[in-house]
Design a protein. Structure first.
Length: 201
């Protein structure tokens, strides 16, 4: 137990060193050094470092862009149940921007992240099921994930769920719920919510 605690503490320290070089807040920004420290932590199965390596390798702003390496590190992290890595991997497979779209893998990873209460994964699943563009449409499942995302404070989810209650197309019309959801989204400076509140009032 003591060894595991010390090992985790050491890996976290190495990870923070990588973050310092990535952000360039106290030292000159240096992606190479950042990657070096993240890899040290990753080699010890530190999932946050693996997720961050996936992020760096999947970002075209960096000369280190390498989508195969990104998927490799995201997968290592996702397999350790890191919900952010699961989200990022799901988005890559969903968007099909740098790799071939794979909705089965996308939904698999997004669902794992959503079940850990990641509001962004829940909202993307809502869009996937509700729109039915790449899979068979499932409105009830879409609204289920939308409600979860809204409960977790996602601004877009608050607006979208409010919009559904406002219109009453696929769920029972409820203006009071719509107003509350619009207000929640509006408090986060979401302009569409402010506009719709104006229409109701």
């Amino acid at each position: 137990m003591w060894y595991r605690f010390e090992s985790k503490k050491r890996n976290m320290t190495i990870f923070i060193l990588g973050l310092i070089y990535f952000e360039g807040r106290y030292v000159q920004k240096d992606i190479r050094k950042c990657i070096h420290y993240f890899k040290l932590a990753s080699d010890q199965n530190y999932s946050n470092a693996q997720n961050f390596l996936g992020f760096i390798y999947s970002d075209k702003k960096h000369s280190s862009f390498d989508i195969k390496k990104a998927i490799y590190y995201y997968t290592l992290s996702a397999n350790q149940n890191n919900k952010e890595a699961q989200l990022n991997l799901g988005v890559l497979y969903f968007q099909g921007k740098y790799i071939e779209r794979d909705m089965k893998k996308a939904i698999n990873y997004l669902t794992k992240s959503a079940h850990q209460n990641d509001d962004k994964a829940q909202y993307i699943l809502f869009e996937i099921y509700y729109n039915g563009k790449f899979i068979q449409r499932n409105i009830n499942k879409g609204i289920y994930y939308l409600s979860l995302s809204s409960d977790n404070g996602n601004t877009k989810a608050n607006f979208s769920l409010g919009f559904l209650y406002h219109g009453g197309k696929y769920i029972n019309k409820n203006i009071e719920k719509a107003i509350n959801l619009y207000k929640n989204a509006s408090s986060m400076y979401y302009q569409y919510a402010k506009n719709n509140l104006g229409i109701i009032y």
